[in-house]
Design a protein around this ligand. Structure first.
Ligand SMILES: Cc1cc2nc3c(=O)[nH]c(=O)nc-3n(C[C@H](O)[C@H](O)[C@H](O)COP(=O)(O)O)c2cc1C
Length: 222
């Protein structure tokens, strides 16, 4: 079982979000998962320009590191999104990355995986960012098992207080993967999204036949 954390603070190893995420990964590792972390700021992530090039073949016109990151997400059974709160939202690094996932969302290439979210903030927006991060995971077809945000009040050591909760979240994620956890409410939402994207997959059938066939195989196109 593999769990991959994607971390969006530009502060790399000084990041409190990263420290908190590491606790989550340690909890998952104790439950038997193989874990890894991607620091987004170490990778080249070009901003989406809405050229719609990816809708022809799933390949972005920019040759950067996003395809390699998505490949690692595909290999994982569990995905953690982790971001500091910037002006009551995710960091710019995280948002640029999310915008590049539009094709992965439309074609549901990560469906069936499990995930959770992590955020830190000085004061505001932590819970809202967790809701948003989990929403993006659901958009990708990923079932979420919860999230954790910590308001540090400017004291980075405040994340240590949340160590046990973070480890429990990681253990919970690993447990969900092992047991094939299901959540009818999220599954209904994901099925609703798929129904919306189905029209696109059918419309693009002639130039994306493999994607179309995958949707038929998955039973998403009858
Ligand atoms: C550009 C920027 C915007 C921020 N916006 C907020 C905010 O809206 N609310 C808040 O309480 N803290 C805000 N903060 C503080 C960070 O959320 C907080 O320090 C966080 O724990 C940093 O995480 P990191 O160490 O992982 O980078 C902001 C920090 C920066 C640099």
């Amino acid at each position: 079982m593999k769990i991959l954390a994607i971390h969006g603070s530009p502060r790399t190893i000084r990041s409190t979000t990263r420290i908190l995420t590491n606790f989550v990964l340690e909890g998952a590792a104790e439950a038997g998962a193989e874990t890894e972390m991607i620091d987004l700021c170490d990778f080249r992530v070009s901003p989406c320009t809405a050229c719609e090039g990816c809708s022809f073949n799933g390949i972005c016109v920019y040759e950067d590191d996003v395809p390699a990151i998505v490949a690692r997400m595909k290999e994982a059974d569990g995905i953690i999104f982790a971001s500091p709160v910037y002006i009551d939202n995710v960091s710019g690094q995280m948002k640029l990355f999310f915008d590049r996932l539009a094709d992965a969302i439309h074609y549901q290439v990560l469906a069936g995986k499990y995930g959770c979210s992590v955020a830190t903030t000085h004061t505001s927006g932590g819970d809202e960012v967790i809701v948003y991060l989990n929403h993006v995971l659901n958009y990708l077809g990923v079932i979420t098992v919860g999230g954790l945000s910590v308001a540090t009040g400017g004291n980075p050591e405040a994340v240590d207080v949340a160590e046990d909760s973070a480890r429990a979240l990681g253990k919970n994620l690993a447990g969900a993967i092992a047991s094939g956890f299901s959540d009818p409410v999220q599954e209904e939402e994901i099925a609703g999204n798929r129904e919306f994207f189905r029209a696109m997959v059918e419309e693009n059938r002639d130039f994306r036949p493999e994607d179309y066939k995958r949707w038929v195989r998955m039973g998403w196109i009858g």
